[in-house]
Write a protein that binds this ligand. Structure first.
Ligand SMILES: Nc1ncnc2c1ncn2[C@@H]1O[C@H](COP(=O)(O)OP(=O)(O)OP(=O)(O)O)[C@@H](O)[C@H]1O
Length: 628
């Protein structure tokens, strides 16, 4: 069998690479003198006991002139009998003998997106009874789909960007977690429960109708029914009616697009005009007793986009000298640097981003020379005295992984919070970098997780009495200091009342404020930390953490745990055991019921134990390699 497997794999590679084996690199192992399993060929994963091939993953090689001949793999029994994952994503491959796919009958994952497969999808696909994930997106496939609804375990189907047509099979949508057939030519009614997925899953299929699309089917079917009745009289068939309706809809869409373009152009013109005027006048005027804080925007520099740069200059009303008293400088070391409100207000500022709770500016202060991040929150319901008390309370509690505010300003209309600017960005940026091929090592992820958990546990303990939780923990609020250690920003910015109105399942609280509700607010931080752990483990960032949590939980229910992990962690050789342990902690944190979640103290202990084990294993392997 070993020789048969090796020869078959080499033939498969010769076809996909168009006889250019070196495309996988010189150390890939793929050659006739080595063994795919024993010598760890690149992209091949084998069962360690039986040495049978279980996974073939060759994604993103852009083979371009090659062909995936399915028979080279699936007609070879020793491979077909054990292979459960085949992934050839983004390789620009042509397809050949796709109808042999059903011989690979144990496949649970078939990922063929981003290639040049054309023609229709053979019926044999519907005989892949074990399939859970099928990705045929971004190809040139056409014709009607085979009856994939026969595959009862299918939970992910990606078929977007093809030329597929006909009606959708009667899928049982209750099983699906991912479903996308957008940008095809499908027609007819979306099967029941298809509206579990958003419009974007169906968009750009001009003849598809029914929920969640706004296009109702009744009009089409009524038309075609009456057309059927009148058929003998008018001679117009149902298909013709559908075709004309299609033309009508396309025409309508074109008119709408043209109108939209005209509207956008006019809007842009108005915007440009407005921004020119805006640049000259004040955008914010804040009265605070006799003080006046004015934030004016300046016209963007040449070559920079007007909306992106939004460079702002915070300047004081120079005739007013009382201004400096309104900035409360906290007991940070910077106090000694003589930071003054006038200097802060005069310094040039650049908009970093607008979040749910306000905007953040990067402010380059000249005297003292320091770069600051100023969060500006408008119309915050908190009273000035409560805000002041809270800021002073927070200032007394320091943790190395917590970013303290340097100063703050408070008026009825707005609050300013001044932090030291952190040059190394946020955890969110690190996670987004993974998608662009940047490395984010397992050990760094673990130590960020441990640092954040530690800091949160400390803050919860110190601030339980004052009922101040973080309230808005997420990866964009975890910044990285100059040593690339995590620094949690914006602790305690959301008041209890604001958290209560947040309508996520993690923080859906009923008021008045009872002890139980206060406990739940702290447990909402635990939930948010769980989402951060899931982001670190999966490498996925989602706007809605609840979606990420339910995806992970569903994958675990299917018992294919390894599938949730970020592929780069597996490639790096991160310990599967410790990843699973951390995943178990994350799953406990995102439990729907706040009471069932562990306390952040328990979480911090579990995470640091995993991190310590990992550190020890590195030490052991380092000392072993030294001895060898
Ligand atoms: N002290 C800082 N140093 C460097 N970057 C910062 C600092 N504080 C915030 N940022 C960055 O500025 C951007 C905007 O921050 P902001 O807090 O407004 O966004 P957000 O976290 O998405 O929203 P919100 O906290 O209001 O829900 C984010 O990318 C954040 O990482």
């Amino acid at each position: 069998d070993e020789t048969v497997i090796r020869d078959a794999l080499l033939k498969f590679l010769a076809e996909v690479s168009n006889n250019n084996r070196t495309i996988l690199g010189t150390n890939s192992g793929w050659n006739s003198t080595s063994d795919p399993c024993k010598d760890n060929w690149l992209g091949i994963t084998c069962n360690t006991k039986t040495l049978s091939v279980e996974k073939i993953i060759l994604d993103g090689y852009n083979f371009s002139s090659g062909t995936f001949d399915t028979s080279t793999i699936c007609n070879v029994e020793p491979i077909a009998d054990t292979l459960f994952l085949l992934s050839l994503e983004n390789n620009l491959l042509h397809g050949k003998n796709l109808d042999s796919i059903d011989k690979c009958k144990h496949l649970t994952h078939l990922v063929l997106g981003g290639n040049r497969f054309s023609g229709s999808i053979p019926q044999s696909f519907s005989r892949l009874n074990n399939l859970k994930r099928l990705d045929i997106s971004n190809n040139g496939l056409s014709g009607v789909l085979p009856d994939l609804s026969r595959i009862s375990g299918l939970i992910e189907f990606d078929a977007q960007n093809n030329k597929l047509s006909g009606e959708l099979p009667e899928f049982d949508f209750s099983n699906f977690f991912v479903f996308n057939v957008s940008f095809n030519n499908f027609s007819g009614l979306i099967p029941p429960e298809g509206d579990r997925f958003p419009v974007s899953s169906y968009t750009d299929n001009p003849l598809l109708c029914g929920a969640p699309l706004a296009r109702k089917c009744s009009s089409l079917s009524e038309m075609s029914e009456s057309a059927d009745q009148d058929k003998s009289k008018s001679g117009i068939s149902r298909n013709e009616i559908l075709m004309f309706s299609g033309y009508f809809l396309i025409g309508l869409a074109l008119v709408l697009v043209i109108l939209l373009c005209i509207y956008k152009k006019q809007k842009e013109k108005q915007k440009k005009k407005a921004s020119r005027i805006e640049a000259l006048k004040k955008v914010a005027l804040v009265d605070h007793d006799s003080e006046r804080l004015t934030i004016t925007s300046t016209e963007s520099k040449k070559g920079a986009s007007n909306s992106d740069i939004s460079s702002a200059v915070i300047s004081s009303d120079e005739s007013n000298t009382a201004v400096s008293q309104s900035l409360v400088i906290l007991t940070s070391p910077e106090t000694n640097n003589g930071l003054r409100f006038e200097n802060l207000l005069k310094a040039p500022a650049e908009l970093l981003g607008r979040g749910k709770h306000g905007s953040v500016y990067k402010v380059m202060c000249d005297n003292p020379k320091m770069t600051l991040a100023v969060k500006r929150i408008k119309d915050w319901s908190i009273s000035s005295s409560e805000f002041k008390n809270r800021m002073q309370k927070l200032d007394q509690i320091r943790h190395p992984n917590m970013l303290p505010a340097v100063a703050f300003y408070s008026s009825r209309q707005e609050k300013l919070l001044v932090y030291e600017y952190q040059n190394n960005g946020s955890l969110l940026l690190l996670l987004q970098g993974i998608q662009m091929g940047q490395t984010f090592h397992w050990s760094s992820r673990l130590s960020i997780a441990a640092g954040v958990a530690d800091a949160l546990a400390f803050m919860h303990q110190e601030l339980q009495h004052d009922r101040i939780a973080h309230g808005n923990l997420k990866s964009s609020n975890i910044l990285l200091n100059k040593n690339m250690e995590p620094s949690i920003s914006e602790y305690g910015l959301m008041s209890i009342a604001e958290i209560s109105t947040t309508t996520t399942s993690s923080s859906n609280y009923v008021f008045p404020i009872t002890d139980e509700n206060v406990r739940a607010i702290f447990k909402a931080d635990v939930y948010a930390f769980g989402i951060i752990l899931l982001e670190l483990l999966t490498g996925k960032v989602q706007n809605n953490g609840i979606e990420l949590a339910s995806w992970v939980v569903s994958v675990l229910r299917e018992e294919w745990t390894v599938e949730v992990f970020d592929r780069t962690l597996i490639q790096e050789g991160a310990s599967e055991e410790r990843m699973v342990n951390l995943l178990q902690v994350a799953v406990k944190c995102v439990n729907h019921s706040p009471e069932a979640r562990p306390s952040i103290n328990q979480v911090a202990l579990m995470v640091s134990t995993i991190r310590d084990e990992d550190d020890r294993s590195i030490d052991v392997s380092a000392s072993t390699s030294t001895i060898i």
